[in-house]
Design a protein around this ligand. Sequence first.
Ligand code: FDA
Length: 393
Amino acid sequence: MQRKSDIIVIGAGAAGMMAAIRAGKRGRSVVVLDHARAPGEKIRISGGGRCNFTNIHAGPKNFLSANPHFCKSALARFTPADFIAMVERHGIAWHEKTLGQLFCDDSAKDIIRMLLDEMCAAGAALDLATEITGVERTDAGFRVSTGQGAYEASSLIVATGGKSIPKMGATGFAYRLAEQFGLAVLETRPALVPLTLDPGLLASIAPLAGISAPAEIRHGKTAFREALLFTHRGLSGPAILQISSYWREGDEIVVAIEPDIDIAAQLKVAKQLNGRQSAQTALGEILPKRLAQFLVEREKISGNMADLPDKTLLSLAASVQNFAIKPSGSEGYRTAEVTLGGIDTAALDSRSMEAKAVPGLYFIGECVDVTGWLGGYNFQWAWASGFAAGECA
Ligand code: FDA
């Protein structure tokens, strides 16, 4: 079998489906290939099954890239409002959860259904369970060989995502293809991922597993204020996932629990009002009790509040709001939400996502060296970069 179309998209994820919709609406014939049995598998599991499909505050500052300017053009031409308009046209109910993060009221499957309906309306074909065995340049464009025969097109859009969650079919295919065509690929690493601790530190915080608290986590000049979660393997929760994209092996992070509360002042008031209570009890009125016990024991503080000098209360407050931890590693691609790094944006045109040295070849979505914060930003990049390629291919 030999199939011809204007455009082949490899990868029926968020970016690939959006590119197919836009190109199909422009009258281009499009076929989307994916080795998975179902499209949009990451959309299905995202946002706890409700898909945090965009963030109303999404802008270039929310993305990490060797070239922070690269994402500007695509983000400006397909905005969160554009995606919300599509969601509303399909009657999908949504809500803002927190910090501009938009979720489906019902199910992430509504987003997949919407994209499939849009693809159908745009005349884009979808061939699932299709193993790609080779890609080559031809006089007319590209030939993609698969287990089901060859496909030919003048343009090829690669949207196969990153390396995160190999169990779900993540392959690193886009990076190998980029290298095949001479494009540079920057070092990749797991991002938006829980951090692990060395066995000694892990044993000491073991009693805290399951506790969550508002926190500010700092790494150098970067800081995130969201929840921190202690786990049996180390540190997790949104604040840790966010900082994991900036952290590197050997670096420290600085943790401040309940950053909006003046803990020193509250402890001094507690000392005046109820001097007979212990520091553990006083701190336990502000923090989860197990966490308060852990911190007081770690500071080796005992006796009544009335007997504790203010200096001791200040150092207890500092241990809550300014303690440095050196994570030993991360949980890796097994649980990472995204892959940092990837195809060097210097090789791509920021307006179209086309490879500058290989006309007709486009890379979009997570495989490109543009990585969003946690909170709907990564899907916004997938929609925007997919739209950009679909507009130009
Ligand atoms: P994506 O990975 O979605 O799609 C790639 C497609 O290519 C897949 O269908 C895959 O099967 C296919 N493919 C791969 N290799 C292939 C090969 N060799 N041959 C053929 N096909 C191949 N982001 C966000 O903004 N909000 C959220 O709520 C979440 N939640 C979330 C939860 C979890 C658990 C994870 C792992 C990730 C998220 N994310 C997220 C991140 C988000 O899922 C991610 O950024 C986008 O899915 C990236 O879209 P892409 O289309 O680039 O890749």
